[in-house]
Ligand binder design. Structure first.
Ligand code: NAP
Length: 245
């Protein structure tokens, strides 16, 4: 039996369990299982690894993507640069942290750019925002982050004037604002400043079209939700778990 799974605090709406269970069925892996492990504290991680026979891979979600780092034996260079881990490879008694949100976001954004390097705004400064920033830097795209706190971001929400929005034709929502069940919420932006030259990306995939994307689309913006990133990061995790095993 090969076991995979997800660690996080509240996992009842997990996409990953459905995704991998279906994948094991369609790709013919009757001896594979993907299980949810709700941990009230990340200190339970070493015991989970020790007591779960056949565990070869884990995904990590909110709120443990950063807290897990000191408990791992090794970090892949990308995860170290981002400062967040969403995939753990368990092999030869060692735990290695990876960040496949980076590959997920790269897969999402590359087809939207058509070789351009627009100025960007990244809303939020959490783990997903860090993965987005890593990819934007790699692509040579200049960006500023928007935070509730002056200490964490380059800009705060009260500075979101129309001129900044007009000058930033790529806007990425890396906050949970607008995520189910709070589907009526949207990041506080002057949406009238958005036009057909804008691309709006929301990392949220539930709902499929957030209010942020709908408001942008109504003004002619090109929009994309977080589903391509979600699928690509899951496939990247799968490749890591299977590499040279
Ligand atoms: P996180 O670590 O909790 O960070 C979210 C950031 O958003 C926070 O650091 C915060 O930045 C800001 N924020 C949170 N609540 C806010 C509020 N009420 N008003 C304004 N700003 C707020 O979460 P995450 O892991 O980065 O995930 C962020 C979003 O991306 C979630 O919706 C998640 O589902 C999605 N995501 C999607 C994928 C995918 O594959 N599609 C992958 C990863 C994440 P400040 O404290 O600086 O304000």
């Amino acid at each position: 039996m090969k076991r995979f799974g997800l660690i996080g605090r509240s996992l009842s709406h997990s996409f990953s369990k459905r995704y991998f269970t279906e994948k094991f069925k369609t790709e013919g892996h009757p001896d594979h299982r993907y299980e949810l492990h709700e941990l009230t504290a990340i200190t339970a991680f070493p015991d989970l690894v020790r007591t779960t026979k056949g565990l070869v891979g884990l995904n990590v979600t909110i709120p443990y993507k950063q807290e897990i780092i000191p408990l791992l034996d090794e970090l892949d260079p990308t995860a170290a640069a981002v400062g967040a881990v969403n995939t753990i490879d368990l092999r030869d008694g060692r735990s290695i942290g990876h960040n496949t949100d980076v590959e997920g976001f790269r897969t999402l954004i590359e087809p939207l750019l058509h070789g351009t390097r627009p100025r960007a705004l990244v809303l939020g400064t959490g783990g997903a925002s860090r993965a987005v920033g890593f990819v934007l830097r790699e692509l040579g795209i200049k960006f500023r982050t928007v935070s509730r706190s002056r200490d964490r971001g380059d800009l705060t929400w009260d500075l979101m004037h129309p001129a900044i929005i007009k000058a930033s034709t790529l806007i990425i929502n890396a906050t949970p604002i607008g995520m189910y069940p709070d589907v009526e919420d949207a990041p506080a932006l002057p949406y009238d400043a958005i036009g057909s030259g804008h691309t709006l990306i929301d990392l949220i995939y539930n709902p499929e079209e957030t209010r942020f994307l709908a408001l942008g689309k109504a003004r002619g913006a090109n929009t994309c939700n977080g589903l391509p990133m979600l699928l690509a990061q899951a496939e990247a995790s799968w490749r890591i778990w299977n590499a040279d095993r």
